[in-house]
Design a protein around this ligand. Sequence first.
Ligand SMILES: [Zn+2]
Length: 422
Amino acid sequence: MKTAAAALLFVQLALATAVPKLETKISYDGYKAFRIKTDHNTAAIESELSRLSVVPLNLDTDKHIDIAVAPQDVAAFEALKFTTDVMHEDLGADITKEAVFAPYEVTAQAIPSLTWFNSYHAYADHVKFFSDLSAAFPQNSEIFNVGTSSQGRNIFGIHLWGSGGKGSKPAVYFHGSVHAREWITGKVVEYLTYQLLTQYGNNTEIKTALDKYDFYIIPFVNPDGFVYTQTNNRLWRKNRQTRSGASCVGTDMNRNWPYKWEVAGGASTNPCDETYKGAAGGDTPEIKALMAFTETLTNGKGIKLFIDWHSYGHYILIPYGYNCAAKAPNHARQLSLAQGLSTRIAQSYGTRFTTGQACAALYATTGDSTDYLTDVAKAEFAWTIELRPGSSASNGFVLPAAQILPSSIEQWEGLKYLLANV
Ligand SMILES: [Zn+2]
């Protein structure tokens, strides 16, 4: 009996260690989100905020601080009388509205319909959408996998090519959804892919572009994080990697690329922070896989244009992030092209995108994708684009589904300009 009891206790202990605690979904019901105008008094405002239960939403806090205030502290926050705009009256209610996903229905071998862009979707449906889209255009596309995430999901992409055949031209290379909560990026990247494939056969401008470049589009480079935003915490940013000795989960993949990773000031060394850079450059399984894949492009026909799609803020950011004084050799050309892109984007709905060097226009970042793509992978252009909303608009990561199409259309017009002028 004694032995049996001891064995049972052992089994219970083993289970307690092996089975992770069932995590509940974090609710933002009743959270009110504000944009606070700082007038460069960021430190003083942050000191007041430290007494309240708030969720920070932005990292570029010099001009404004975006926060979601917990229901019990909304009155105390409003009594502080900061100059604010309301981003969400009730963040939880807006998340609930956003999570009404339209069902995805497509018959075999048919091109998915444009109604796909009327709502956000579950991750499994995104995977199926790309697979169906590729199946409808087998002469010009295929699905590929670059590797496996921390939790074992495939990191998939879609490869598009034109009349020269598969892999015959320099690469145009996109990453989406590296920061899990930036849902609009996956949708915009999907729309660009959809337009490239569906217009190839009937639009000379698109045919010229696809005959000139091979496109490698990875819409969800952080699939674990994205799934987690749908199951547990809508505002999750990092990957879902656990590390021995760290109580917090997740690494900021866009601070983990092994280039200028060691430079101080552009990332956090604390595993609990949103910008945690990892224990060593490239020590996340996702970045390892992406590095290996990127190398195949560099060693193939080279990389003409790389874009890492993010939200939010309306920015087109050129290298570098790690040092405001460092300029890419083709800095002037990059800047003029980015300004041309900004002008073209504005022609659709008047949306104004700010252009500039990442470090100066937004904030310093180390171990980011665009610095790595520029200096290690030798991309001619490597940019970060921060999508809607902008500095004057409401909402943040939780962008209403009605803005998916306009966000996508203005970027599609911009991409056509880029492909003709790059
Ligand atoms: Zn981001």
